[in-house]
Ligand binder design. Structure first.
Ligand SMILES: C[S@@+](CC[C@H](N)C(=O)[O-])C[C@H]1O[C@@H](n2cnc3c(N)ncnc32)[C@H](O)[C@@H]1O
Length: 459
């Protein structure tokens, strides 16, 4: 088999990462866009030692799980790889992939993994979207044929796997109607404004990102234009016009990223209009979210994640450790079930947010320790009843796992966005702990991302 060859295959599974899997002559073929049940003609793109990568050229017989994707950008934008897969099957596959990750774990029976909690909204569920400006628009095949479309401006999303190819987005189904209208207004305004787009090669120009945020509970919207240098006066007219068209906008900000790296993070911040934050409520807690704050992007589902952590932690604890505590949301949800919650977090600004979030909600039994957990955890002499951890995708360092096992809390609640590293870490913990239950929670419909919470009890 070689590159460019056409094959006719039957796809029978989904791989971790969302691609379809077929087997040909005992070799695994990963098919971008393929769904279980599809019979398709595919073109080989890469032949590797252990597998083949291929792309669908023709769906001969579509899988019964297929549905029409709502979005006109589906297949070209990298955002929603599974919009063509019926949602009930998306959540089912997420559970199956979790099971697959834990397959090698001795003693774990499938019943331990609950059915995935579906997201309350499957469209318009995001409270934050980042759109990039470009002066070199990426044209999709249908656009290439239209001579009226100019390449010198776009405000949209990245083509998958590419940092410098940005395609125009007319409507994104992951954000609500107001956010789509703000996007369209901004595309038209800046296209005609004459303000230069920041160029990724020459590092000249101004406009970098449009970041939209929304609070579901208060119906407030924030618009943040990220520029290469301060642009308060240059953006004044834009802010005025936005305000007159969108009464829902309560905050217009200009943040500045003067660095070469193309990230939507501002080092300086200028308030062009309204407040410097929007306010979100979850249960009885209120959060002030500013331009640079981290906040879960599907808040209506995040509350179910936090309720699961609350339930697994149980009540009447003396001391809870919250490892990788971020902006302190988990600690806040646990504060009512413990005498004290101690959070450990690397990023100083997240620790400041966590302290402010607690103060703003009159929570006085949470303490946050800034720094690398590896440096801070072993020197801490107190003994927690429970350790909750929510590590990044890479999972936990071996030293931290050892330190946790030395502490021997009664219970561990492990929150994860990566089943592979979660299973690897839990494997180590099972020398002392047993897995009582795992709850997958779908935070990101139409993507293959899987969030889950595990409860481990001391054997
Ligand atoms: C998945 S997030 C947790 C978010 C948090 N639960 C929240 O709701 O805000 C992982 C967090 O781990 C932090 N982190 C990563 N490596 C760390 C380390 N070695 N020590 C302490 N914190 C670390 C990151 O800064 C990030 O805030």
């Amino acid at each position: 088999m070689k590159k460019g060859e056409l094959l006719t295959i039957n796809i029978d599974k989904l791989a971790f990462g969302g691609k379809g899997i077929a087997r040909v002559d005992n070799r695994v073929v990963f098919v971008e866009g393929g769904l279980p049940g599809d019979r398709a003609e595919v073109k080989i793109q890469k032949v590797k030692k252990k597998h083949i990568d291929a792309r669908i050229t023709d769906v001969i017989k579509p899988s019964p799980l297929r549905r029409e994707a709502e979005c006109s950008h589906f297949g070209q934008c990298g955002g929603c790889k599974w919009q063509n897969l019926d949602y009930r099957h998306q959540v089912q596959f997420k559970r199956e992939q979790l099971l697959e990750s834990f397959r090698h774990l001795a003693g774990l029976t499938p019943e331990v993994i609950h059915q995935t909690t579906p997201s309350p909204l499957i469209f318009a569920y995001r409270n934050k979207m980042e759109f990039s400006f470009t002066d070199n628009r990426w044209l999709v095949p249908e656009e290439l044929a239209d001579p009226r479309i100019k390449k010198d401006f776009a405000l949209g999303l990245h083509v998958p796997g590419s940092y410098d190819r940005v395609m125009h987005i007319e409507k994104c189904w992951l954000q609500d109607d107001v956010m789509n209208r703000i996007l369209n207004f901004s595309q038209n305004y800046f296209k005609q404004s004459g303000l230069p787009v920041f160029n990724l090669k020459t590092h000249e120009g101004l406009l970098r990102f449009l970041v939209l945020r929304k609070s579901f509970s208060h119906g407030e919207y924030m618009v943040n234009i990220v520029t290469f240098r301060p642009a308060e006066s240059l953006l004044a007219d834009y802010a005025n016009k936005l305000n007159s068209q969108f009464p829902e906008i309560t905050s217009i900000i200009n943040t500045v990223n003067p660095r070469v790296a193309q990230i939507a993070f501002g080092e300086e911040e200028y308030v062009l209009s309204g407040q410097d934050h929007i306010t979100e409520k979850m249960d009885e807690f209120t959060f002030e979210i500013s331009a640079n704050s981290f906040f879960q992007t599907n808040p209506l589902q995040a509350v179910h994640l936090y309720h699961t952590v609350q339930k697994y932690a149980g009540r009447h604890n003396n001391l809870i450790w919250d490892l990788y505590s971020g902006t302190g949301t988990i600690a806040m949800f646990l504060a009512g079930n413990a005498r004290k919650v101690k959070g450990f977090e690397l990023v100083e600004s997240a620790v400041m947010d966590a302290r402010n979030n607690c103060a703003g909600n009159s929570i006085d039994n949470c303490e946050f320790i800034a720094g690398d957990i590896r440096d801070n955890i072993s020197g801490t002499s107190d003994n927690p009843d429970i350790i909750v951890c929510d590590p990044p995708r890479s999972g936990m360092h071996e030293d931290i796992l050892k330190a946790i096992m030395n502490k021997r809390p009664q219970k561990i609640v492990y929150v994860s966005c990566n089943p592979a590293t979660m299973a690897r870490d839990i494997q180590q913990l099972t020398t002392v702990y047993q897995v009582a239950e795992i709850q997958p929670i779908d935070m990101f419909p139409h993507t293959y991302h899987i969030e889950s919470v595990a409860r481990l009890e001391l054997k």
